[in-house]
Design a protein around this ligand. Sequence first.
Ligand SMILES: O=C(O)c1ccc[n+]([C@@H]2O[C@H](COP(=O)([O-])O)[C@@H](O)[C@H]2O)c1
Ligand SMILES: Cc1cc2nc[nH]c2cc1C
Length: 349
Amino acid sequence: MNLLEKTLAEIENLDHNMLKAARERVDSLIKPPTSLGRLEDLAIQLAGITNNLYPVVDEKSIIVMAADHGVYEEGISSNPQGITYAQTGFFPKGLTGVCAIARVSGAKIVTVDIGVKGDLPPDSGVILRKIKHGTDNLAKGPAMTREEAIRSLEVGIEIAQEEMKKGVQMLGTGEMGIGNTTPSTAIVSVIGGIDPLEITGRGAGLGKGGIEHKAEVIRQAIQVNQPNREDGIDILSKIGGLEIGGMAGVMIAGAANRIPVIVDGYISTAAALIAVTIEPKVKDYLITAHVSAEPGALKASELLGIEPLVQMNMCLGEGSGAALVFPIIEAACSMMNHMATFEEVGMKI
Ligand SMILES: O=C(O)c1ccc[n+]([C@@H]2O[C@H](COP(=O)([O-])O)[C@@H](O)[C@H]2O)c1
Ligand SMILES: Cc1cc2nc[nH]c2cc1C
């Protein structure tokens, strides 16, 4: 059994008795019924995930997977491809958007080169787990082999395991990859059976004419590769990306180790769709942070079937939305740990 199969086999359904006990505790706290709204749902999910009526998720990391995309040569992105390499080096220095937001909640940023075109120096602070120097052009054939796709999932599993070994209790997914809204849109189109034109957007700044061309490239990629929508690894290998596989691996490892994984924006949601296509039980361990401004984001969340916590018109990626909602999730835990019950204070209503 390989690492992926072994990790998938460890994923359990949430325990009904724990969920029931958590619901009872939430209802016994000194507040009108349901008055803490979605914090109550989160608290129950977190109790279920951690198998603990008093969940604690203070130690948190965002894993930023960085990779390039062969489909860049089709003119699907407005930015120079070299931005992936340059920006990846800025994460360990604390200079990017996600780093600034993560300061607020004290989350650690872990940056991984899983497929950047160009080699980062060994002292860059980036963890070097490159599978190859970017994917192949998915408009012309598969983005990667099935073995490479499995390897990308396993790199995600390994990095998540390393973080959990250090005591991390909650993970967030992030990415950096010029061109990656193209494979993400291809994934959402295939899994949702949607015409790419309906959901293709500007990504990191494409103009209107460019969006139509990008949708055509995505259509062609699906036509050429004919991915099997029931097979998450097939979809990932044919029309996905290395960072997308890495993030899906983080989600699978979180689920196997009963750790909540906070899904960031559009690309992370595409990775979540891959993870739950591979193993539907992963879904219970995921919390989606926000609705990205990318037009396919809402559809992607609907397909995943998890309602995002906030809508902030953000579309930076990097894990920025996950970093932003960590305090909301910690508030749900605090409610379980610190609120009194009616019985404890001797109050009757
Ligand atoms: O996560 C999102 O919601 C999101 C939406 C649009 C763009 N991005 C970021 O922008 C880059 C991809 O944009 P593009 O246009 O090159 O495909 C990549 O580095 C992502 O992190 C991220
Ligand atoms: C500057 C820049 C930063 C990013 N962070 C994530 N995607 C990005 C794309 C660009 C172009």
